[in-house]
Design a protein around this ligand. Structure first.
Ligand SMILES: [Zn+2]
Length: 347
């Protein structure tokens, strides 16, 4: 069963639709296992959608996929990164250098791209500061210890040649691929909709097995969950019969999966409300009280990176509850505490 669940991540070149190839690139040591790059035949060479880490393993897997198509990096004419995260944009600089292809990124991810390219240490500090505002000192300590144990240099995301905002037709020569703005996972996250073949290239917006993390970017979003849920409603209405996610196998049933994700977050909102103490709780305390991942792991069993994601996600839920008037937030010394709403209408 466990083997089946990750069979999509095995090295392969799968033709998922006519002229559309799924090429998983490994993410060694990462729980996600792999990221799917998609190669799409177009009137002007190959379009590459997302490209894994800037590591030899991803390079080799991409080269091998291209060879199976009888091609080489020079056949790639365009690179579309669904968002700024390293597993989607990591190799883009190298591919561009080898191919002369242009690279696009969502405009909403520009600040994150620039912040990490200019000063990775300062960008990192912003995440740590946000954790401190959630009273997650323990997670900061673990992250700093993990940073010290790492030897690889910080990654500098490449600047794109073009920024997209959504609504554009990506390749005027065809096939007709419409850019769809889907903020939430990151502010600038984009999907691509292939109307002719009814395919949604979903990036990290709709994944078949896991719920995407929210708002891991700079500056950290205040309303990542609300944006994400709006973006789910938006793609729910698309007539897509095939969904091509960045992590996991190709699947059908877009609406059903979107509804599951919406239900999951509605359920999490209620659980957050349940665990908020009458004296007030921090996002760190709420994260510690909830189960995580589909295997319902305890917070303390997560690695520090996933603990950070869990704290941010809890905070995103608490913010939605505050915006909806179901909780109130008190800040003191730069730290937020969430309290049950008082007075009429209190639950
Ligand atoms: Zn991502």
């Amino acid at each position: 069963m466990a083997e089946d669940r990750y069979s999509w991540a095995e090295p392969a070149l799968e033709e998922v639709a006519d002229g559309v190839f799924r090429c998983p690139l490994p993410l060694p040591g990462d729980a996600l296992r792999a990221v799917n790059a998609y190669l799409v035949r177009t009137a002007r060479g190959l379009l590459l959608i997302d490209c894994g880490w800037d590591r030899d393993e991803s390079r080799e897997a991409l080269l091998s996929g291209l060879r199976r198509l009888g091609g080489a990096p020079g056949d790639i004419s365009a690179i579309f990164a669904t968002h700024v995260h390293r597993d989607h944009l990591g190799l883009a600089g190298w591919v561009r250098q080898e191919s002369g292809a242009w690279l696009s990124l969502g405009l909403g991810d520009r600040e994150t791209q620039v912040a990490f390219a200019e000063n990775p240490a300062r960008a990192r500090q912003a995440s740590l500061d946000r954790l401190l505002s959630c009273s997650a000192e323990d997670v900061v300590e673990r992250l700093l210890a993990a940073d010290q144990a790492r030897s690889d240099a910080p990654w500098a995301p490449p600047a794109p040649d073009v920024y997209l905002v959504g609504g554009e037709l990506l390749l005027p020569e065809g096939p007709a691929l419409r850019v769809i703005a889907t903020p939430g996972h990151t502010r600038g996250h984009l999907c691509l909709f292939d109307k002719g073949r009814s395919i949604l290239f979903a990036g990290d917006h709709v994944l078949p097995h896991i719920t995407p993390s929210l708002g891991v970017e700079l500056p950290l979003a205040d309303s990542a969950l609300a944006s994400f849920m709006d973006s789910l409603q938006l793609v729910r209405e698309l007539p897509a019969t095939l969904v091509l996610p960045a992590h996991g196998p190709a699947f059908s049933g877009l609406r059903e999966r979107v509804d599951e994700l919406l239900d999951h977050h509605r359920d999490r909102l209620e659980r957050c409300l349940e665990v908020v103490n009458s004296k007030g709780s921090t996002a760190r305390e709420v994260a510690g009280a909830l189960p995580w991942t589909r295997r319902r792991r305890t917070f303390s069993s997560l690695d520090p990176f996933n603990q950070m994601l869990a704290v941010f996600e809890s905070e995103a839920h608490l913010r939605v509850l505050t915006d909806n008037g179901r909780l109130r937030m008190e800040a003191s010394a730069g730290r937020g505490r969430y309290l049950p709403q008082e007075g009429p209408g209190a639950q």
